[in-house]
Write a protein of this length. Structure first.
Length: 362
């Protein structure tokens, strides 16, 4: 609906569609995966890096499944810090699926961050900046999505290992790109629209059409049918109607506005630094590097998490990665094999890169 993830059209875009697709669902069923097991898998990843296991109260008090008694709940996955240094919970209507396994890992990442900085004074119990919070679990997801780790989970057959076959590996990278990269454009649109609404750049008669203008310009998507000011499409996004408070000062805007966009860049910075700490990168390319079970990488990551909000985010980031700013290079390194392939393939087929705006359907 928002074009924030393009996995649903991945079949149209696979570099090598004749190669059989990895289907994890069947393997998960064969192994009797349950909702609890999915949380245990995420927990185990962190524990392998010397993080703490999830407290008993987490298992007792969280809402990990849609309640069976039919009561109405909000299913949007979220992780909660009850600020007493012990009580941490997740609320999610988890289903047994590979997609949800990745979301579970993301949410458990929030909980691990809460637990690590719980030793800080209350005011410092926050992410170094909001994007850091979003990037913790997704950094683990990058290790989880490697042939090595998927084999460990029994989700790919050893004989079917992706790195035996470059074409399958490119298909897999394309899927990850379709999952992660469109969010950078979508979150920019969402926050730019919010910012422009609050700064009164638009009149109240232009809210929906301005939304579509931004979506076409930055995401390259069009509305599936004619829209008008009778519609209010931005309101379909939970974050617009329910989540972030109105921002008052320029500083707050700077910190919050790019929460999701920056987190996508950060997770690759984290992943690269951790693969280096684990002594794996550059011997193993980033998209095949898993830090599972590596104490050095764990130590490095925990130091960042423990600091919470107690230092300038630039310092926290520099301690871990050696770079004191957002840096898109690790993301580009991660996707380099796919990028090289696309450059060559587009040159071969004479494909036009990019899009023109055309007529707005609003
Ligand atoms: Zn999150």
């Amino acid at each position: 609906m928002w074009g924030q993830d393009w996995m649903s059209i991945s079949e149209l875009l696979m570099p090598f569609p004749e190669k059989p697709k990895q289907t994890f669902a069947k393997k998960m069923r064969a192994q009797n995966y349950t909702v609890e097991k999915m949380y245990r898998v995420a927990e185990d990843f962190f524990v392998s890096l010397n993080f703490s296991s999830l407290p008993e109260s987490f298992w007792k008090l969280s809402m990990l499944k849609k309640p069976a008694d039919g009561r109405r709940v909000m299913c949007q996955p979220s992780a909660w810090d009850f600020c007493d240094t012990q009580d941490f919970r997740i609320k999610m209507c988890t289903e047994v699926s590979f997609k949800d396994l990745l979301i579970v890992t993301h949410e458990v990442g929030h909980i691990q961050y809460y637990m690590e900085y719980s030793g800080q004074p209350f005011v410092f119990r926050q992410g170094a900046k909001p994007a850091f919070h979003e990037a913790v679990g997704d950094t683990m997801v990058l290790s989880l999505l490697t042939p090595e780790h998927l084999e460990r989970l029994g989700l790919v057959d050893p004989k079917d290992l992706l790195d035996n076959d470059e074409q399958k590996s490119l298909n897999f990278l394309m899927e990850i790109a379709l999952k992660k990269l469109p969010l950078v454009a979508f979150s920019y649109v969402m926050y730019k629209w919010r910012h422009d609404v609050m700064s009164k750049t638009y009149s109240s008669e232009q809210l929906n059409c301005r939304w579509w203008e931004l979506r076409e310009k930055f995401e390259g998507v069009k509305a599936p049918s004619k829209r008008s000011e009778e519609d209010f499409d931005p309101g379909s996004k939970w974050h617009v109607v329910a989540d972030l408070p109105f921002l008052r000062t320029a500083e707050l805007i700077k910190v919050n506005i790019f929460r999701y966009q920056f987190s996508k860049i950060l997770e690759f910075q984290f992943h690269k630094a951790l693969c280096e700490a684990a002594g794996k990168y550059p011997t193993i390319p980033l998209h095949k590097c898993s830090i599972y079970g590596n104490a050095e990488a764990g130590e490095k990551f925990r130091t960042l998490l423990k600091a919470g909000y107690s230092e300038a985010w630039e310092d926290t980031l520099e301690d871990m990665t050696g770079v004191a700013d957002m840096d898109v290079r690790p993301l580009l390194e991660y996707f380099k094999p796919l990028h090289d392939y696309l450059v060559a393939e587009n040159a071969r087929t004479g494909e036009t890169v990019g899009w023109t705006k055309g007529e707005t359907r609003c």
